[in-house]
Design a protein around this ligand. Sequence first.
Ligand code: HEM
Length: 403
Amino acid sequence: LVAAAGVGGLVGAAATVSLRSESAAAPSTGAAVVPLSDLGARIVPFHGARQAGIVTPLRQQAHAVLVAFDLENGVGRDALRTLLRDWTAAAARLTAGLPLGPEHSTAALGLGAASLTVTVGFGPSLFGKAGVAAKDRPDALAPLPAFANDALDPARGDGDLGVIVAADDPNVVFQAVRALQGIARGTAKLRWQQTGFARARGASGDEGATLRNLMGQIDGTNNPKPADPDFDRRVFVGDEGPAWLRGGSYVVIRRIRMLLDDWDALAVDRQEKVIGRRKDTGAPLSGGTEFSPVDLGARGTDGRLAVAPDAHIRLAAAASNAGATVLRRGFSYADGLRDDGTPDAGLLFLAWQADPRKGFIPVQQRLANGDALNRFIRHEASALFAMPPGAVEGRYLGQELLE
Ligand code: HEM
């Protein structure tokens, strides 16, 4: 279905995609063509040396669904290759705002790309299956160690294949996930799926303003920036990694529930001490404005450290963890109420790094054993995926590993 549609030629036409009006006056096949809105027409390039969805779009999309698949029993290398080839072709079309073909759900036909990205990766458990040798699993892709206070649900974690689907419209995300799932049928089955959201486009006076999480904090301020001289080295796999993964990255996914009723009962000045930053402006408690460098040695007039010894930003800082850094690009989630009446809501935490052993693992080891935030959060699911480099036109995601 996908391959026959001639992906390459049509992608170029995507910028002019428009949709048909389905007003009462015009039949659904009518000629009236309504251009997509600014939001719907936006396209994030799919092809390239790096996968989209890690650094691009710079402004994180408003909606995401994270999905993990397990290979069906007995699936061989050829079937895995076909799956990745078909997923790549489908992702190239969907991210360009194009339907997959005549059979593709008509519900999707009125939708543009809305900055859709589809980012695909391999879990530790893939190695040793489908002709992918166990010995080819990079050391950095070993299953994550257990951390203090973990309360993980295995049914919502791990997986042979992981896909992050994000766009500025939830319908676009839904249709893309359905399409990928349909393509996988017979080869891989859905293991888990989690839905998240960030800020809607246009909702803030300043589109570039740092997002807030469900605790109300400005979250993402001290992320590494693409302009930083060491950004690529910290986020993307370089020459030290296996050849098939160069230009790729590792993503750690953690479903972290927030104990929001407990958090909201805490006075704002106490909340600020827990993080080490002001809640209103995001400025560090050592002084200045949101982007002022944090001074971990600064003391108040009472002689105490301005950023408390157990503050989240002190323990998470690269300076406290031998330089370990991650790029945080998570989504909030809100899945109704739990049996005890508290919100099942929190953060689908996504951390990108060149090597989890120099990123998430040491940072989380430190946080798990002393972060003041621990009283207010529970890590409830976990996954790690190696995300291969992007596909240039004519190649498929993961081809370097599977050819
Ligand atoms: C910083 C919230 C989990 C790593 C921050 C900041 C907030 C925050 C508000 C300050 C603003 C900023 O620089 O972004 C949260 C919440 C979490 C959570 C609510 C859980 C629900 C984690 C986890 C990790 C992590 C699991 C990594 C293992 C970091 C890092 C910083 C940070 C590295 C920047 C520290 C610095 O250098 O200043 N977080 N965080 N966070 N967080 Fe978290």
